[in-house]
Design a protein around this ligand. Structure first.
Ligand SMILES: Nc1nc2c(ncn2[C@@H]2O[C@H](COP(=O)(O)OP(=O)(O)OP(=O)(O)O)[C@@H](O)[C@H]2O)c(=O)[nH]1
Ligand SMILES: [Mg+2]
Length: 194
């Protein structure tokens, strides 16, 4: 897989608009502003293949990134942003749910939570949904550069216990700012999508 051959392919809000291929997909899910678009840029060694928001709620559609015709990264709209209207929230919820419920080639979900904060009710709902639908997943604790190294272990433990992460599920501290966690995450992705 040649990472230099990655491109933004399309934005979609409904299945008819999804790419008409059967290439495996890795989806990034998490609250608005957690760093989903940033991690895609970091993993693909790009500055701005995925648009990063100064204001939360930047990614409102599902964005598909085609990596060398062999894998898609799927940037899902962020959930749980407080100042978004109820109406919009339910539209975004439906967009995410429809994708997760229907997409056969979805092979792996990267569930992202901010390493500094205890996962919210929304995060727990998302996580429980992933588990109850038996979808392969990895948990990524984002923005690891915002805390000291010494705090990482305790933060990961709190995230694990709040979400109810089971033994054997990988949780990776990650920083798009410092580009740490990248190799470990790529290794997991490559092992899990084969
Ligand atoms: N310090 C630090 N900031 C980060 C990191 N990752 C993302 N950010 C910042 O967090 C903000 C949100 O990042 P995005 O990647 O747009 O987050 P998102 O999850 O795609 O947000 P939505 O599109 O709203 O769902 C931006 O200001 C980023 O620069 C990180 O690892 N460290
Ligand atoms: Mg985004």
């Amino acid at each position: 897989m040649n990472l230099n051959n990655a491109k933004f392919e399309l934005s979609a809000v409904k299945p008819a608009q999804y790419p008409a291929t059967s290439v495996p997909e890795v989806a990034f899910a998490g609250r608005s502003n957690v760093g989903k678009s940033s991690i895609i840029n970091t993993l693909l060694n790009r500055k701005s293949i995925a648009r990063v928001g100064a204001a939360p709620g930047k990614t409102r559609e599902i964005n598909f990134y085609n990596i060398d015709q062999v894998l898609y990264f799927v940037d899902l709209p962020g959930y749980g942003y407080a100042s978004v209207s109820k109406e919009k929230k339910s539209t975004w919820g439906a967009i995410i749910e429809t994708y997760l419920n229907t997409r056969q080639q979805l092979k792996l979900i990267i569930m992202m939570v901010d390493i500094r904060h205890k996962p919210t009710e929304d995060d727990k709902m998302m996580y429980n949904w992933i588990v109850s639908n038996h979808l392969q997943h990895i948990v990524v604790a984002s923005k690891a550069d915002k805390i000291s190294r010494g705090q990482i272990k305790a933060r990961l433990q709190e995230i694990s216990s709040t979400l109810g992460i089971e033994e054997g599920v990988t949780i990776i501290p990650f920083s798009s700012e410092k580009r740490t966690g990248k190799e470990e995450l790529w290794n997991c992705i490559n092992n899990m999508i084969v």
